[in-house]
Structure formats: structure tokens, C-alpha cells
Design a protein around this ligand. Structure first.
Ligand code: DAT
Ligand code: MG
Length: 150
């Protein structure tokens, strides 16, 4: 089953949106496989956002993600990466479709509530970066056959 890292970033946590974000992912039918509430250190932040190093917003991005606790999660489902990014909405909240998290809860790209992996490969890599194997729980739900076709 495809997996994605999801972070509720410091703004989402501070604004009391953990439950609302989780509720939307649950409602979609995605399955939670790992979660931890944590303060992100500079080393993890820099590794997670390594691809953005050198960009004008990089320093601000590291400061933002390390500024207060985040809720880190691993979610799975068929095409989980695309489904979750669709539920999050476009990176820039003003370009996010109505009904998406970033549209409904955010205004600025530097305060856009969530992170989600952008490819299945990055989903695997990012989950391995953020979680130890024993922090992930594979399980099935009785309702799975009414959500997953196969
Ligand atoms: P996403 O989080 O949708 O995957 P991304 O990987 O391109 O977007 O960028 C990571 C984060 O960096 C994004 O959530 C917010 C911030 N960011 C991206 N582009 C930015 C910009 N032009 N100005 C300020 N922050 C930006
Ligand atoms: Mg990204």
C-alpha cells in the first residue's frame, strides 16, 4: 500500500488544527500507520528540506518548521500520495481549490499548515527519515473492503 509522510506544521498545531486535519484524512478513507508529536531539530529540518537548500525561502522554512512542535504522521492507501496532496491543496493557499485544507485554513505559502510527500518514492524516504520501523504499525480495518477496491 502506498504511503505518505504528513506533517501538521507549527502553525497548524498552534491554531488547534490537528484534529481537523486528521479528520479530513480519516474521512477520505486513508489509514494512519504512525504518528508522533515532536519538536523538530535543525538537523532533521535540514535533511527533510534538503531539496530546497539555496532557495530564497529556505532559511525561513527551516526557522518555521523548527519554531514549535509538529504532528508527524504516516498515512497509507491506494494512490495515497496523490490523494493526500489533493486533500492538502496547492502549495500556495491562494491557488488551493476550495474545500482543500490550504484553501480552507490558510492564506500564505509560508504558513500553509501541512506537508505531504510529493511522490511514492519520497513517501518511503520521508517516512524512513521521520520514523523508526517500530514506530509504524501495519493493520487492517473492518471497513477497508468498503474503501479499498482490492
Ligand atoms: P509543498 O509543501 O506543497 O510540497 P514545496 O515542496 O514546493 O511545496 O515547498 C515546501 C514548502 O516551502 C512549502 O510548503 C512552503 C515553502 N515554500 C515553497 N515555496 C515558497 C515560496 N516561494 N516562498 C515561501 N515559502 C515557500
Ligand atoms: Mg514538497
Amino acid at each position: 500500500m502506498e504511503r505518505s509522510l504528513v506533517l501538521i506544521k507549527p502553525d497548524g498545531v498552534q491554531r488547534g488544527l490537528i484534529g481537523k486535519v486528521i479528520a479530513r484524512l480519516e474521512r477520505r478513507g486513508l489509514r494512519l500507520v504512525g504518528a508522533k508529536f515532536m519538536q523538530v531539530g535543525k538537523a532533521l529540518a535540514e535533511e527533510h528540506y534538503a531539496i530546497h537548500k539555496g532557495k530564497p525561502f529556505y532559511e525561513g522554512l527551516i526557522a518555521y518548521i523548527t519554531s514549535a512542535p509538529v504532528m508527524a504522521m504516516a498515512w497509507e492507501g491506494p494512490s495515497a500520495v496523490a490523494a493526500i496532496r489533493q486533500t492538502m491543496g496547492a502549495t500556495r493557499p491562494l491557488e488551493a481549490a476550495p474545500g482543500t485544507i490550504r484553501h480552507d485554513f490558510a492564506l500564505e505559502v509560508g504558513r500553509n499548515i501541512t506537508h505531504a510527500s510529493d511522490s511514492p518514492e519520497n513517501g518511503k524516504q520521508e517516512i524512513a527519515l521521520w520514523f523508526k520501523q517500530e514506530e509504524l504499525t501495519s493493520w487492517s480495518r473492518d471497513v477497508d473492503r468498503w474503501i479499498f477496491e482490492k
